[in-house]
Design a protein around this ligand. Structure first.
Ligand code: PLP
Length: 399
């Protein structure tokens, strides 16, 4: 019976197997790998079928802004990996966050969000949603009582990233989910940095997961895309927004991400392994004031990260004495590592948060967020650790 239809087995497979097998439906051609359906529209066998497809009476494809078979395979695979009922793929990570907000919120609703979230997400909340009557309060990610006191009768969404970027602060997802549910609000977790391989927020009580597929899901820096995963009822609303407003994922990008998901588990394990080796090496140096990596026992949420995550991830930061001048000299001293503010790639990347990702914050807000001028962030890639360390040595030599 339909050996190629993997749906019925998805929930019993382990995570790595889901990343390789879930969602695949072979065509009668018997292809081993997933095809790319590069078609904008789909044909019907009769006028009656067209009417039934449009009314939703008969399930099936109509137009690729609504659904597409390659995109659907990516969605079903990612839903299986996150442990959610349904996934909707989007044109970017930001389109995933926008679709979640506009699919589920209305004017007058209130959001409580962690202060250190991704810069564009913070701008979306404070500059764009605010114009449509959706207000956001920003609180410290790790201060549970600050979250509780920010709650209002109109609060419908709590939004966070854990671990945070660049300081790897870790929030207690289960505690924040309980707070959200006590106020009839949803907890939305941006799982871009961990991916479902290292953390499954839905199993910890979160209602929805948003992801930038541009980062680790692709994993090789080729395509921009995103996704939202959650319960069927919420996802119906998110998809309702998406199919009307239009920020859908292209079938080609979905196909690239499908390739990425097949290797996601082994890649994330390697990112974690490399980052831990480099964090330990940095920690042992006298010219480093502090290393921020939740895999180190000195990290304030090391124990929580160990309980909540299956690994500590590929992002770390470290502080140099000598402020911005030292950080810039260090960055200008490396030769192999790419100077870019991106993350989640095979290639190691280095950035100075205070003048790039967090540059638009007022200096006092930046200091309050712990983003000091001597802080350097590394998104550790998959090159040999010896070569990454040799390149970092060049940075130290340039101080
Ligand atoms: C990159 C990123 C986003 C936005 O994703 P895009 O694909 O660039 O739109 C959102 N959240 C986090 C944590 C990110 O790193």
């Amino acid at each position: 019976m339909a050996r190629q239809n993997s749906e019925d087995r998805s929930t019993r497979w382990e995570l790595g197997t889901r990343g390789i097998r879930s969602g695949q439906r072979r065509t009668p051609e018997g292809e081993q790998a997933e095809p790319i359906f590069t078609t904008s529209s789909f044909v019907f066998s009769s006028a009656a079928q067209a009417a039934a497809r449009f009314s939703g009476e008969e399930p099936g494809n109509v137009y690729s802004r609504f659904t597409n078979p390659t995109v659907r395979t990516f969605e079903e695979r990612l839903a299986a990996m996150e442990g959610g009922e349904r996934c909707v793929a989007t044109a970017s990570g930001m389109a995933a966050i926008l679709s979640t907000c506009l699919g589920l919120l209305r004017s007058g609703d209130h959001i409580v969000a962690a202060r250190g979230i991704f810069g564009s997400t913070a701008l979306l909340f404070s500059n764009i949603l605010a114009r449509f009557g959706i207000e956001t309060s920003f609180v410290s990610l790790t201060d549970l009582s600050a979250w509780a006191s920010a709650m209002r009768p109109a609060t419908r969404m709590l939004f966070l990233e854990t671990p945070s970027n660049p300081l790897s602060e870790v929030a207690d997802i289960t505690a924040l989910a309980e707070l959200a549910h006590a106020h009839d609000a949803r907890l939305v977790v941006d799982n871009t940095v961990c991916t479902p391989v290292l953390q499954q927020p839905l199993a910890l009580g979160a209602d929805l997961v948003v992801l930038s597929a541009t980062k680790y899901l692709d994993g090789q820096g080729r395509c921009v895309g995103g996704a939202v995963v959650g319960d069927g009822e919420s996802m119906e609303k998110v998809h309702g927004f998406l199919r009307t407003a239009g920020p859908c994922l292209s079938p080609f990008n979905a196909w690239v991400f499908l390739k990425g998901l097949e290797t996601l588990r082994v890649r994330m394990q390697a990112h974690c392994d490399h980052a831990l080796q480099i964090a330990r090496w940095l920690e042992g140096r006298s010219d480093v004031q502090r290393v921020y990596y939740s895999g180190l026992p000195c990290h304030p949420q090391h124990e929580l990260a160990g309980r909540q995550q299956r690994g500590y991830g590929g992002l770390l930061a470290f502080e140099l004495a000598g402020g911005q001048a030292a950080a810039w000299r260090f960055i200008d001293g490396v030769r192999m590592i790419s100077i870019t503010a991106n993350l989640g790639d095979t290639k190691t990347m280095i950035t100075h948060p205070a003048t790039t990702t967090h540059g638009r914050l007022a200096p006092e807000d930046r200091a309050a967020a712990g983003i000091h001028d001597g802080l350097v962030r590394l998104a550790v890639g998959l090159e040999d650790v010896a070569d990454i360390i040799a390149d970092l040595e060049r940075g130290f030599a340039n101080l």
